[in-house]
Design a protein around this ligand. Structure first.
Ligand code: BG6
Length: 457
C-alpha cells in the first residue's frame, strides 16, 4: 500500500468560466470568451459557447455535497474578474453574495477552497485597452486582487494569482486558440511579462492585506526531454525550459528572472519593455507555495531550419516525435507518469523545496457515455489506472524528500473547455447536457473516495 503524508490534499480543480454558467447574467460583464463566441461561434466545438457552462451558479449546493461524497477535502476554482468587478472598478454585490455563499458552503462541508484569480478569462473592457499588452493591466489586476482579498479573505486562506499564465500567452499570441489569436512573438513576451508583473503586484497586495493565509501561483509544467545528448538537442531542451517553465517559476519562487532567459530574449530582439522598480518588486514578492499542472512532457530536438532571430518558439526547439510514446488518443497528449517524479525532484533541488502540490492532472476522453455499465454509471477504469500510475511516481518523489502537499484532478464534474467545448470529458461526475446538467458519479469518483479515505491505495 502506498500512503501519502498526513493532511494530504485530495481534490479537484476547475475554473469559474468553465463551470459557473450565467455568463451574461447577475451583473457579470463580458469576457473575451463571451465576445469571441458572439463573433465566431463556428470556432467552438459544436457551437458550444461559454454562456451555459455546467450551471454551478445555481447548482453549487448539490456540487459541494457531491464533492464530499467522493472524499474530496479540497477544491480549487476561480473567481470571475468580470463578475466581481464588471467595469473593473465597481463591486457587483450579487457576485459577492454568490461567492460568499459558495465558499461558506464548501467550508461547512469540510472542503478547503483554494481560490484562483485568473483562469484565461480576460474582461472585455480590459481587452479593449489591449489586455495584457497594456501596462495598465498590471494595476487593474492588482486592484481586482485587493478587492477579492477584502471581500473573501475571512473565508479563503489559500489563494493563487494565475492559472497557467503561459497558456494565455502562447494560445493568444502564437497559436490561435485564445482571443486575440494573433501570431507575434514579441507581443507574446510582453504579454507574459505584464502577466508576471500583475502576479507580483497581486502578491504584494496580499501581503499588505494581512489576510491570514498563503498565496501561490499555478503553472503548467511540461518538462522538456531532448531527443539525444548532442549539444544542439540539449540546447533545445534548455531553451524550452527557460521559456516555458523557468520564465514564471524562477521569478515566482526565487525572485529572479534567469539571466540566461534575458540573454536568449536579447539575442532574438524579444526583450520586453520594463519599468525601473520591477526587479525589486519581483525580488520582494515571492510565493508561499506553487501548484503544478502536469499533463504531458515536451519532447524536443534542435530545429532543422531555424529563423534567426527567432520569430516562433519552434526556431529554438522543435517537437520530437518519440517513437515509444504512449498517447491519450482523444486529446493527443503523451501519457508519461515518470515526469511527475522528475518534477518533484526539480521542486526539491532547484526551487528550495518549496511546498507545492499537483494542482491538475487528468485524462480527457471523448464520447465517454459508451462506457456506461448496466447501472448507467461510466466505467472509466482507464482514468483510475492513469491516476494510480501518476500517484506512484509522485509518491516516489515525496519519499525522496519533495515537499508535495496534495493532488488535484482535472476535474470534479465534466466541464466546458474553451474551443473544445464539451468534446473531452475529465470529471469524476458526468454532466448530462440534455438533461438539466444532471451530475452522475463515475467509477473513478467512487475509487477516489477510497483513495482519499485511506490516504493512499
Ligand atoms: C488545463 C487548464 O490546461 O487543462 C484547463 O487549466 C483545461 O482550463 C485543462 O480545461 C484540460 O485541457 P483541455 O484543453 O482538454 O480542456
Amino acid at each position: 500500500m502506498i500512503r501519502f503524508p498526513d493532511n494530504f490534499l485530495w481534490g479537484a480543480a476547475a475554473s469559474a468560466p468553465q463551470t459557473e454558467g450565467h455568463s451574461l447574467l447577475n451583473g457579470k460583464s463580458e469576457t473575451t470568451w463571451d465576445k469571441w463566441f458572439e463573433m465566431n461561434p463556428e470556432k467552438f466545438n459544436e457551437n458550444q459557447g461559454p454562456k451555459d457552462t455546467s450551471n454551478t451558479y445555481e447548482m453549487y449546493q448539490e456540487d459541494v455535497k457531491n464533492m464530499q461524497k467522493i472524499g474530496m477535502n479540497s477544491y480549487r476554482t476561480s473567481i470571475s474578474w468580470a463578475r466581481l468587478l464588471p467595469d473593473g472598478k465597481t463591486l457587483n454585490p450579487e457576485a459577492v453574495t454568490f461567492y460568499r455563499a459558495y465558499f461558506q458552503d464548501m467550508l461547512d462541508h469540510q472542503i478547503e477552497p483554494i481560490i484562483n484569480l485568473f483562469h484565461f478569462d480576460m474582461p472585455w473592457w480590459l481587452m479593449e485597452k489591449g489586455g495584457w499588452e497594456a501596462r495598465e493591466s498590471v494595476d487593474d489586476f492588482a486592484f481586482y486582487a485587493q478587492t477579492a482579498f477584502e471581500q473573501f479573505g475571512d473565508l479563503i486562506h489559500n489563494w493563487t494569482t494565475f492559472n497557467e499564465p503561459m497558456v494565455h500567452v502562447e494560445c493568444g499570441y502564437l497559436y490561435g486558440f485564445h482571443y486575440p489569436a494573433i501570431v507575434d512573438m514579441k507581443k507574446a513576451v510582453q504579454v507574459g511579462y505584464h502577466t508576471l508583473m500583475a502576479h507580483v503586484m497581486a502578491v504584494q497586495a496580499f501581503k499588505k492585506s494581512q489576510v491570514d493565509g498563503k498565496i501561490g501561483i499555478i503553472l503548467n509544467v511540461l518538462p522538456a526531454y531532448s531527443r539525444s545528448d548532442s549539444p544542439e538537442d540539449l540546447l533545445a531542451k534548455k531553451d524550452s525550459d527557460l521559456l516555458n517553465t523557468q520564465s514564471f517559476l524562477d521569478p515566482a519562487v526565487l525572485g529572479e528572472i534567469p539571466v540566461d532567459l534575458i540573454n536568449l530574449l536579447k539575442q532574438n530582439d524579444l526583450l520586453p519593455t520594463v519599468e525601473k522598480d520591477d526587479k525589486q518588486l519581483i525580488r520582494d514578492n515571492t510565493v508561499d507555495f506553487v501548484g503544478i499542472n502536469y499533463y504531458q512532457p515536451r519532447r524536443v530536438q534542435a530545429p532543422k531550419n531555424p529563423h534567426t532571430p527567432a520569430v516562433m518558439p519552434e526556431d529554438l526547439y522543435e517537437p520530437y516525435d518519440w517513437p515509444d510514446k504512449k498517447i491519450n488518443p482523444y486529446r493527443g497528449w503523451e501519457i508519461y507518469p515518470q515526469a511527475l517524479y522528475d518534477i518533484a525532484m526539480m521542486m526539491k533541488n532547484q526551487y528550495r523545496n518549496i511546498p507545492w502540490y499537483v494542482s491538475e492532472n487528468g485524462m480527457g476522453v471523448a464520447e465517454e457515455s459508451r462506457f456506461k455499465d448496466e447501472n448507467g454509471m461510466i466505467d472509466d477504469q482507464y482514468r483510475i489506472d492513469f491516476i494510480k500510475e501518476h500517484l506512484e511516481q509522485l509518491h516516489k518523489g515525496i519519499e525522496a524528500g519533495s515537499n508535495c502537499f496534495g493532488y488535484h484532478m482535472w476535474t470534479f464534474i465534466d466541464c466546458w473547455s474553451w474551443l473544445n467545448g464539451y468534446r473531452n470529458r475529465y470529471g469524476f461526475y458526468s454532466v448530462d447536457l440534455d438533461n438539466g446538467f444532471k451530475r452522475t458519479v463515475k467509477k473513478s469518483g467512487l475509487w477516489f473516495k477510497d483513495l482519499a479515505t485511506n490516504n493512499g491505495f
